[in-house]
Design a protein around this ligand. Structure first.
Ligand SMILES: C[S@@+](CC[C@H](N)C(=O)[O-])C[C@H]1O[C@@H](n2cnc3c(N)ncnc32)[C@H](O)[C@@H]1O
Length: 468
């Protein structure tokens, strides 16, 4: 898109936003074209702005969600089932995700008649997330577990089950849809789904959350959450260190600075403590600062393979040992991550993240497995000291096995990244896999640092992890 076209869309959006009753937009900030650094639009400070300054205000009435959309009244049956959490007349129950996709498709088809048209015009039509990558581009992620999370097929199954029937079943409501093939509608659902993934805000149980925000509770009440598109708040880009945040007021959302922002600095929101793999999957970009949250998924199978090789177990012995393990507690994969404090209240970090221990649940499962093997064949593991040695060796071997599944080394990846003419997608993929390899290396160094005669149980206790 030409710079002129891009800027006139930005201006139309800002004029529209300023015309909304109850909206505010500080004269000390500006929406800027950041495409040169592949960041689309963003908001930049025009002068130094002190901490705790409100930058803009978005009235709740202008958010696109089930509360503000006319669709709820037009298609009560479709959205009723979400409230009652029941399937009605075999119609699939809509969830917050599918609900917002349908609402956005409805507004898209309304074209100029949509009250959100200038806002919809500044939302993206294409995406850099791996869902839209070629096979060769995905291959660049190498052994990253994120490859199994791209989920294009699942998304399309959902669109066929929940989105298409609503549109096709209500041609008078989605009038412009009649000229579209099913395939075109699926592509439109992809576009809206990806927009939601990288732009929507989650208004999960806001009122109740104040009473009790334990993770358990949130899981129990998942169906009550709603998602919404918040004009202007979603123009903010993000990084692991950020300088602004969104306050959820009763009538409006306000965005305020967390610390002094210098003239020319970008205003950055916080999308969450995501590893680069997740940032890429959801938002289509990566940043050096997010690598502190990188994770690696270690499959239990690799631990078992290392155990089998180390102890010379037969597959029958392994099977028998596995039967002793508690099925309900059994984990197939373990997440390796660094210990990272929560960001400071001003959005900065006090300390770098640091690998401080193998996952507790992995150590427990390995210990249980070793006890089980001892029951199957007492000669394998004669005493506790031997058991600790085996644990140590097996963990190192498993890390090495996982590392060897990445076809290139850390040094090779660093060389690739320092080269020129790298496509943005390749750069992102190499950054993700390199971050995972570095974490694996740190885990290995950590394990090697524990003297082989010390027990893993003597390893430093993990401190509080950042909440995910
Ligand atoms: C909520 S939107 C932010 C506004 C967006 N830049 C735009 O032009 O509409 C999220 C998207 O912005 C981009 N983005 C956000 N933070 C970024 C960053 N630090 N670097 C590069 N791109 C970023 C990514 O494309 C992401 O999917």
């Amino acid at each position: 898109m030409s710079t002129n076209e891009f800027q006139s869309q930005t201006k139309a959006f800002l004029d529209w936003f300023n015309s909304l009753p109850g909206s505010t937009f500080s004269e000390h900030i500006e929406i800027r074209d950041l495409r040169e650094r592949n960041a689309g639009r963003g908001i930049v400070a025009l002068q130094d702005i002190p901490a705790d300054t409100v930058l803009f205000t978005v009235p709740r009435s202008e958010i696109i969600n089930i509360e503000t959309s006319e669709l709820r009244a037009k298609l009560p049956d479709v959205f009723l089932s979400q409230d009652t959490a029941m399937d009605l007349d075999d119609k699939p129950q809509q969830d917050p995700w599918s609900t917002l996709i349908i609402i956005l498709i409805y507004e898209y088809f309304k074209g100029d008649q949509s009250k959100w048209r200038p806002y919809l015009d500044v939302l993206p039509a294409s995406f850099e997330t791996p869902m839209f990558w070629s096979d060769a581009e995905v291959e660049e992620l190498q052994a990253s577990a994120t490859r199994s999370k791209i989920g294009k097929t699942n998304a399309e199954e959902m669109f066929h089950a929940k989105i298409l029937p609503v549109i096709r079943g209500n041609p008078d409501v989605f009038q412009a849809s009649q000229a579209k093939s099913d395939e075109e509608l699926i592509q439109l659902a992809h576009r809206m789904g990806s927009t939601i993934m990288s732009y929507a805000f989650d208004f999960q149980n806001e009122d109740e959350e104040e009473e009790d925000d334990s993770e358990e509770w949130v899981e129990d009440h998942e169906t009550k959450s709603t998602m919404g598109m918040v004009p202007m708040a979603d123009i903010l880009n993000s990084d692991a260190e950020y300088n602004a945040h969104v306050n959820y007021g009763d009538d409006a959302l306000t965005v305020a600075t967390l610390r002094t922002i210098k003239a020319g600095e970008e205003i950055l929101n916080y999308y969450g403590p995501h590893p680069n793999s997740e940032l890429l999957r959801r938002y289509g970009y990566v940043t050096p600062k997010h690598s502190r949250y990188d994770v690696v998924e270690l499959p239990w199978k690799m631990i078992e393979d290392a155990l089998t090789a180390n102890l010379g177990l037969s597959s029958e012995q392994l099977e028998s040992a596995r039967e002793y393990l508690d099925e309900d507690e059994f984990e197939e994969t373990f997440v390796l991550e660094r210990e990272s404090d929560e960001p400071n209240p001003d959005g900065t970090f006090a300390n770098p993240a640091k690998f401080s221990d193998m996952p507790e649940d992995l150590r427990e499962q390995l210990k249980s497995m070793l006890k089980a093997i001892r029951k199957v064949d007492p000669s394998c593991i004669v005493d506790k000291r031997k058991r600790d040695e085996i644990q140590h060796t097996v963990l190192i071997k498993a890390l090495d096995a996982l590392t060897s599944q990445y076809p290139t080394t850390i040094i090779e990846d660093e060389l690739i990244l320092s080269g020129s003419n790298l496509s943005e997608r390749r750069k992102a993929a190499v950054t993700v896999r390199l971050g995972e390899k570095r974490l694996l290396q740190e885990a290995r160094v950590f394990l090697s640092g524990i003297a082989s005669d010390a027990t893993l149980d003597d390893a430093p206790a993990p401190n509080k992890k950042a909440r995910r």
